[in-house]
Design a protein around this ligand. Structure first.
Ligand SMILES: *Cc1c(COP(=O)(O)O)cnc(C)c1O
Length: 357
């Protein structure tokens, strides 16, 4: 069976070395030495100032909304993983969907402005598949209307835009280090925040709002453990190599697939891709279902990332109209992509697709 993704695992001996350190220190969680080391290495690797390692990418989003004290309406993208929308709802705010750009699949800045009301407090946008949002236009809109900006960067690890980390844009960026992501810590995530005072607030929120016997504020448990940090420390030196392998696979896919009948998202001209996903858009949903079925018959698993378009979630009280996202979410499929996928398998996948479309 070929899955749509497969988690990278470092040589077990490397992980065992960290385990020995954990056994020595008996420090298992609560900002232990490995968590601090990982935070330091991630800041350096990404070129960002304030970074908090947290238990997952969803709590990162929720903490971001909480720390910015957002109320009312948050303009967001319908084309993302469900956690982008549920975080807004969980924090008692209202998601308002702006449609996406048909090239980048990210939120369309010109549609953001159509949805701004006196109740709008922020924009929460996703760099979907690691394709950058139009960060410059979004910044202009946010300044003009006095809105906060959060980027869900769950897919964007290692991406630079205009030669600096994508995580340096917006008030806060979040990442997911879930096992299915390009760079992972089994479970985990991070919050990157420009403002140092806000970072202080987030440090408190992450661990119940108190330091020793001083109770400063309401908080939650968003901490992560030494065991998760250890996986992150093992994987970080490998991530450039992982990205390069994935790039070669994507280039092979693009060479072999009959692109006259397919469409791919287009990246922003001032970014490099991290090859976190390989999304392919078919002519219509019927063709997609035929391809998905033909691959499944050969034990090849694909995923409908992202379907349904989030504006259609059944538990939303208000339906909104996002024709571009509605359409693309019916037609897009992510093909298997992971660091050691066999190129013979890629050839097989392309053959099946080419005869089915
Ligand atoms: C994976 C993902 C999340 C959630 O991250 P977890 O670490 O699984 O909680 C949020 N947003 C997007 C876009 C994701 O893909």
């Amino acid at each position: 069976m070929i899955n749509v993704t497969k988690s990278f695992l470092p040589p077990i001996e490397e992980y065992q070395e960290y385990l020995a350190k954990i056994w020595d220190s008996s420090h298992l969680t609560n900002q232990g030495p490995l968590v601090k080391e990982l935070e330091g290495q991630l800041k350096k690797h990404l070129g960002v100032e304030n970074l908090l390692f947290v238990s997952n990418g969803t709590i990162a989003l929720q903490l971001a909304i909480k720390a910015l004290d957002l109320k009312g309406e948050i303009i967001t993208t319908p084309f993302s993983y469900v956690a982008t929308t549920t975080s807004i709802l969980w924090e008692n705010c209202t998601p308002v969907f702006a449609d996406i750009d048909p090239q980048s699949f990210c939120i369309n800045p010109s549609d953001i402005e159509n949805h701004i009301t006196p109740n709008t407090s922020a924009i929460l946008a996703t760099h979907v598949y690691g394709y950058s949002c139009d960060v410059i236009k979004i910044e202009e809109i946010a300044k003009k209307h006095n809105l906060k900006v959060i980027y869900d960067g769950a897919h964007a690890f290692g991406v630079n835009v205009y030669e600096k980390s994508i995580f340096n844009y917006g008030d806060i960026s979040t990442i997911s280090f879930h096992a299915t992501k390009l760079y992972h810590t089994v479970e985990g995530g991070a919050i990157i925040v420009k403002n140092a005072e806000l970072a202080q607030k987030l440090y408190l929120y992450r661990s119940f709002g108190h330091i020793a016997d001083n109770y400063y504020t309401l908080g939650i448990n968003g901490k992560n453990s030494e065991f998760h940090a250890a996986m992150g420390l093992c994987n970080l030196p490998k991530v450039e190599n992982i990205m390069e392998n994935r790039k070669q696979t994507v280039l092979l896919y693009k060479k072999l697939l009959d692109s006259s009948k397919l469409f791919f998202p287009q990246k922003h001209p001032n970014q490099e891709l991290n090859y976190a996903y390989f999304p392919v858009v078919f002519e219509n949903e019927n063709v997609l279902l035929k391809v998905k079925g033909a691959l499944a018959n050969q034990d090849i698993n694909t995923r409908r990332y992202f379907y349904p378009s989030l504006n259609n979630l059944p538990y939303l009280t208000k339906k909104s109209n996002c024709p571009v996202s509605d359409d693309l979410s019916l037609r897009v499929l992510c093909l298997p992509l992971f660091y050691d996928i066999n190129h013979v398998d890629v050839e097989r996948i392309c053959k099946i697709i080419n005869i089915t479309i």
